[in-house]
Write a protein that binds this ligand. Structure first.
Ligand SMILES: Cc1cc2nc3c(=O)[nH]c(=O)nc-3n(C[C@H](O)[C@H](O)[C@H](O)COP(=O)(O)OP(=O)(O)OC[C@H]3O[C@@H](n4cnc5c(N)ncnc54)[C@H](O)[C@@H]3O)c2cc1C
Length: 504
C-alpha cells in the first residue's frame, strides 16, 4: 500500500481508537491488508489515560459492557485481545449521590437491594420504584445478539432460542424507550430522588439505557477492568500488530480521495497520497463527512442526524493525586456525586454537584497508600473554544477551577487540600486536540428517544468502497459501539468480496 502500488483487498483505516483498531483486527483476520493512520502518538483515542507525578488519570472506563464470558459481547472483546489480561471487579454500589440535606442515594448493582433502598428513601414512590425495578428484573438475563449469522438456518434457530426472552423484554423496551430521563425523574414525588435521577446521566437520554445498564449490572456482566483504559488500548494495538496490521502515528488524514464516486485513498497532512481498495473512517463523523469528503455525499437521513441529534456534552476532567486511601468509602465505579453548599461557577453555569471517580478500588492508578481521583463536569464547548484563543485567560481559568474544586472537595473530605500532590485539568479543547471529536463530545450521539429508535448509516449515499465505524454511527457510543460497528463493516466487506467471514 503506497502511492505507487495498490495491493489487492487493501484497506486504509482512519483513526486508532477502539473502532479503528477493532476494524483493523477483523479485517486482518479475514485476510485484508490494513494500514491505520492515527493523528495522535498513541492508540486508543478516547479510551485512554495519562500519567502525572506517579498517578494515572483515566480518561475513560467506568464500566465495560459484556465483561463476563456469559455475555454475547465477551467473545468480541476476546477477538480483539482486550479482555484476556483483565481482572474485572463488580462493586456493590454503582453510583453514590449526596443531597443538600444529608440524603444519600446508592444505586446498588443488585436490583433487589436497590429497590429496598429506594423504597426506604421514598416510601411515597413505592409504586413507581417497584414498576421500574420490575422492568430491570425482566430485562436481566437478556443477552442481546451482537453477531447475527449469515446462515439462514442458524439465524432462524438463534432467533427462535432468543424468542421467549425477547417477548419478555419487548414490552419494557417499548415502555421506556420513548421516555427521556427528565420525564422518568419527574415521576418521583420525592424531591431528592427526582433531582438525583434527573442528573444521574443526561436528562435527554432515553430511560431505556438506564434500565438496561441496571439489568447488566444486576447480571454482573458490566464490571470495571482493573488498571483502567490505557492497558486495554495497548493490548488491542498489540493484537492488531501481531496479526500483521500496520499503523502509522502522528499522521493526520486531511482528505479522502475519490475517483468516479469510489473512495480510492487518503491525502495526509504531510502531503502524501496513499491508496487502497477500501477506505474506512473510524475518526470523527462530522469531520469525515463535511471536511474529509467536503459534504459531497449526503442525503436527508444524514443531514437530519447532523442537524437534529444531540452529541454527548464536552467535559472538563480534573485529575487529582491525593495522599490518602479513602478506605472509609465504598468502591463506587459509576460516580461518587457530592453536593456543594456553595456552587462552583464554570463557563457561566452554577455547578451544584461534583461527579467524582474516587479510585480507592484500583491500586494500579496511584502509588501505594494514595488515591487517584477525577472530577467530571459537563461544560460548554463554545466557552472553552473562545477562551482558548487567549492562552493566559484559558490557563488562569483552568487554575481557578482546579483550586475551587479542591476547596469544595475539602469541605466533604476535610484535610484533602493538604493531601493533593498532583493536579491536572483537561478541557474540551484537550479532548478535541487529541481525538478530533466534534464539539468535543465524549461518546458520540446521546441516546435520546429519537436516536435509539433509528440506525445511523455506516455508508454514504453515492460513495463506493467507503465505510464509517465508531461512536458516530451508533447512538449511545461507548466501547461496544466501536467493536460492533468494526465487526459489522468487515462482515459487509467480506460479503461484498465473497469471503466467508471469520472471527478468531
Ligand atoms: C470520561 C469518559 C468516560 C467514558 N466512560 C466509558 C465507559 O465507562 N464505558 C464505555 O464503554 N465507554 C466510555 N466512554 C466512551 C468511549 O471512550 C468512546 O465512546 C469510545 O472510546 C469511542 O471510540 P471510537 O473509536 O469510536 O472514537 P475515538 O476514540 O474518538 O477514536 C477516533 C480516533 O481517530 C483519530 N483521528 C481523528 N481524526 C483523525 C484524522 N483526521 N486523521 C487520523 N486520525 C484521526 C483520533 O485521534 C482517535 O484516535 C467514556 C469516554 C470518556 C471521555
Amino acid at each position: 500500500m503506497s502511492s505507487q502500488t495498490q495491493s489487492s483487498r487493501s484497506v486504509i483505516i482512519i483513526g486508532a481508537g477502539i473502532a479503528g483498531l477493532s476494524t483493523g483486527i477483523y479485517a486482518r483476520l479475514n485476510g485484508y491488508h490494513t494500514k491505520i493512520f492515527e493523528m495522535h502518538s498513541l492508540p486508543g483515542g478516547l479510551m485512554t489515560a495519562w500519567k502525572r507525578k506517579g498517578y494515572t488519570i483515566d480518561g475513560c472506563i467506568h464500566w465495560l459492557t459484556g465483561s463476563e464470558p456469559s455475555s454475547n459481547f465477551y467473545p468480541m472483546w476476546a477477538d480483539i485481545g482486550l479482555i484476556q489480561k483483565r481482572e474485572i471487579i463488580y462493586p456493590d454500589v454503582f453510583n453514590h449521590i449526596e443531597g443538600p440535606n444529608g440524603e444519600e442515594l446508592n444505586i446498588y448493582r443488585d436490583v433487589n437491594r436497590l429497590e429496598k433502598h429506594l423504597i426506604e428513601l421514598a416510601p411515597e414512590d413505592a409504586d413507581f420504584i417497584k414498576s421500574f425495578c420490575g422492568s430491570v428484573r425482566a430485562c436481566s438475563g437478556f443477552n442481546p445478539p451482537v453477531e447475527s449469522s449469515d446462515n439462514p438456518l442458524i439465524k432462524f434457530f438463534n432467533n427462535l432460542r432468543g424468542l421467549p426472552k425477547m417477548l419478555t423484554v419487548l414490552p419494557h423496551l417499548i415502555r421506556w424507550t420513548n421516555m427521556p430521563m427528565r420525564e422518568f425523574s419527574s415521576r418521583f414525588k420525592n424531591p431528592f430522588l427526582a433531582e438525583a435521577m434527573k442528573n444521574l446521566w443526561m436528562p435527554e437520554m432515553s430511560a431505556t439505557t438506564f434500565i438496561f445498564t441496571l439489568a447488566w449490572l444486576n447480571d454482573k456482566t458490566a464490571g470495571y477492568p482493573l488498571g483502567g483504559s490505557l492497558p486495554m488500548a495497548q493490548d488491542v494495538e498489540a493484537r492488531y500488530r501481531q496479526l500483521g496490521g500496520e499503523i502509522e502515528y502522528n499522521c493526520r488524514v486531511k482528505k479522502i480521495l475519490v475517483e468516479n464516486n469510489s473512495a480510492v485513498g487518503v491525502l495526509l497532512e504531510d502531503g502524501r497520497e496513499v491508496r487502497a481498495d477500501t477506505i474506512i473512517s473510524a475518526a470523527d463523523g462530522h469531520a469525515t463527512i463535511f471536511d474529509m469528503l467536503e459534504g459531497r455525499y449526503l442525503d436527508d437521513k444524514i443531514r437530519m442526524v447532523y442537524r437534529d441529534y444531540t452529541p454527548f456534552p464536552p467535559l472538563l476532567l480534573i485529575g487529582l493525586g491525593v495522599n490518602r486511601t479513602f478506605n472509609e468509602l465504598p468502591a463506587v465505579n459509576g460516580g461518587f456525586n457530592i453536593y456543594l453548599d456553595k456552587a462552583l461557577e464554570i463557563a457561566g453555569e452554577k455547578i451544584s454537584h461534583l461527579d467524582c471517580m474516587i479510585y480507592n478500588f484500583d491500586p494500579n492508578l496511584a502509588p501505594e497508600g494514595k488515591t487517584a481521583l477525577t472530577v467530571m463536569v459537563g461544560t460548554k464547548y463554545n466557552y472553552w473554544k473562545e477562551i482558548s484563543a487567549e492562552p493566559e485567560l484559558y490557563e488562569s481559568e483552568k487554575k481557578r477551577i482546579a483550586i475551587e474544586t479542591i476547596q469544595r472537595l475539602n469541605g466533604r473530605f476535610p484535610g484533602l487540600s493538604d493531601q493533593v500532590e498532583m493536579v491536572d485539568v483537561a478541557t474540551p479543547m484537550t479532548f478535541e486536540r487529541y481525538t478530533g471529536n466534534w464539539q468535543a463530545s465524549f461518546e458520540g450521539w446521546l441516546p435520546t428517544p429519537q436516536a435509539v429508535r433509528a440506525s445511523i448509516p455506516m455508508i454514504l449515499p453515492g460513495l463506493n468502497h467507503f465505510y464509517m465505524v465508531g461512536h458516530w454511527v451508533q447512538a449511545g457510543g461507548g466501547l461496544p459501539s466501536g467493536i460492533m460497528t468494526g465487526h459489522d463493516v468487515v462482515k459487509q466487506m467480506c460479503k461484498r468480496d465473497g469471503i466467508s467471514f471469520k472471527t478468531r
